[in-house]
Write a protein that binds this ligand. Structure first.
Ligand code: ATP
Ligand code: MG
Length: 483
């Protein structure tokens, strides 16, 4: 177990002890060491006060910005990040259920451990030497770990009353570790679920991401439902409960969403979010009943709804835009017998080559989550092959074998909007037929196009785009029907 502790962490403990302070590893890293899994971050608890910690490590190696007595030790080691050294502390009541009214120094380690959420997170490790250690475990956390139980330190009612986020943390640990939530703890979550509304969304967002990235994300989400937290956190997803689909689906919208998340082959947060939320607008867009129901445009409406959900959970713009793109395009049609290379180029142009694998992963998740896998994996492998094949073909103006400068030089067109319009038309034509992407052919065609005025050119480019859109739409409609 001790082998897993990085030497920088050991030396931080030693430094504190050499200055005659107590120092212990605490919290998540001790739990993970007992579980024999690699800890994600390292926390040290000490009786040294923040100023004393800063003095020991030097102000250039530390930073201290929050008011909760945690000093960060910089390590220069990216995989190690920051070692957090926190003075023993305790908390007063959380009258607003968001944050403690006041944080106090605690007099000893036991008191510090007692303010922690779950027994498995309330253990400390005393490293006496490189081989000799003692586990300090006043709340029998080790026993609960052996029994795979998530249990609050002290009264569950009281602990959730202090900080309602702990309810979500319990579910997050269930999803990560596969542990059961102990009976009283679970009952208390069900009873106090409405208190989650007092918790800041940034904190909820962190735990929600950890559920999504865990090894059992679908179980985590469904536990949110069973404990009545889902209705507040994700009413849009809860709307899909019991909403039946059409003859190509055996599951309700909600169940299909969970199964898509469960079977999502990608470890990426954004792809998993897209898998969970890709059909979020199906309840609103449903027309007709029974086997013939349709869900026209659910992907576009869904992408918009998901933007709001992800904003609420305080996700970064980058993640939000990516999930939006994946969901808006998840209905792309692909059938090796019908779909041409040019339509794959158009799809790549629309979605971006860098996003194609994620879009395919979303399709795999969708298919595996549908319960009636009809699209053969062969089709998707074939699509991967076509993507590879056409990825060198022109899909953006930048990939044309001619550029704005060439047009200025060869056609003597002055810089201005006409050049852009000519390039757009050239691209639209090269997407249809990549053989046209040849500098001689392009120059010849550009000379012809130059005879038209700007309005005509724009109209021409627009017509080509409209044609694409119409084709897309008819394909989408078809897919809605067959899906
Ligand atoms: P992870 O491995 O994901 O980092 P963790 O258990 O270390 O999980 P952190 O959020 O890093 O979780 O918190 C570190 C420790 O602080 C926890 O193990 C727990 O002892 C304590 N803790 C964190 N959040 C709370 C809370 N809301 N209420 C009580 N104790 C908490
Ligand atoms: Mg941690």
């Amino acid at each position: 177990m001790l082998k897993k502790i990085p030497s920088l962490v050991l030396s931080a403990l030693d430094k504190l002890k050499e200055s005659n302070f107590e120092a212990y590893l605490v919290g998540g890293c001790v739990r993970d060491l007992v579980l024999d899994i690699p800890p994600k971050d390292w926390d040290i608890a000490t009786n040294a006060k923040p100023e004393e910690i800063i003095k020991i490590f030097g102000s250039e190696n530390t930073f201290y910005e929050n008011k909760f007595f945690t000093v960060g030790i910089k390590t220069e080691n990216p995989s190690l990040g920051i070692i957090e050294v926190t003075t023993y502390r305790t908390e007063s009541a959380y009258s607003d259920k968001r944050r403690p009214d006041q944080v106090y120094f605690a007099s000893n380690l036991e008191e510090d451990l007692g303010r922690r959420d779950f027994t498995m997170n309330a253990m400390a490790l005393d490293l006496k030497s490189s081989e000799d250690f003692a586990l300090i475990d006043p709340f029998e956390g080790k026993k609960d770990i052996e029994n795979k139980l998530i249990k609050t330190v002290g009264s569950a009612e009281k602990r959730f009353g202090e900080d309602a986020l702990r309810m979500m943390r319990a579910i997050r640990f269930h999803a990560q570790l596969g542990f059961r939530i102990e009976k009283n703890t679970l009952e208390a979550i069900k009873k106090n679920s409405q208190d989650i509304k007092h918790v800041a969304w940034e904190r909820i967002g962190v735990e929600f991401s950890k559920i999504i990235l865990s090894s059992n994300p679908a179980e985590g989400i469904d536990l949110l439902r069973q404990t009545n937290l889902l209705g507040y956190l994700l009413p849009e997803l809860a709307q899909g409960i019991g909403v039946s689909q059409n003859h190509h689906h055996i599951h309700s919208v909600y169940k299909h969403s969970l199964l898509s998340l469960k079977y999502c082959p990608s470890p990426k947060l954004e792809v998993r979010l897209a898998a969970l939320f890709h059909d979020i607008a199906k309840p609103q867009t449903k027309q007709g009943q029974g086997k013939q129901a349709t869900f026209y445009n659910h992907e576009y409406l869904g992408a918009k709804i998901v933007k709001n959900i992800l904003r609420r959970f305080c996700f970064s713009t980058e993640i939000i835009n990516k999930v939006f793109l994946l969901i808006a395009n998840h209905m792309f049609y692909y059938n090796p017998e019908e779909v041409t290379e040019s339509s794959v180029r158009k799809l790549i142009r629309k979605v971006g080559l860098e996003n194609m694998q994620d879009l395919i992963d979303l399709r795999i998740a969708d298919r595996l989550g549908s319960g009636t896998p009809k699209a053969k994996p062969y089709k998707l492998r074939h699509l991967e092959y076509i993507i590879e094949k056409v990825s060198q073909d022109p899909i953006s103006v930048k990939m044309l074998k001619i550029n704005g400068n060439d047009l200025q030089k060869n056609l003597h067109i002055p810089p201005g909007p006409k050049i852009g319009a000519i390039l757009e038309v050239l691209l639209a034509e090269a997407i249809e037929d990549p053989k046209l992407n040849d500098s001689e052919k392009l120059t010849k065609r550009a000379l012809e196009l130059d005879k038209q005025d700007l309005t005509e050119l724009r109209q021409l480019a627009k017509n080509k785009i409209e044609e694409e859109k119409e084709k897309d739409d008819s394909i989408i409609k078809k897919r809605h029907w067959v899906k």
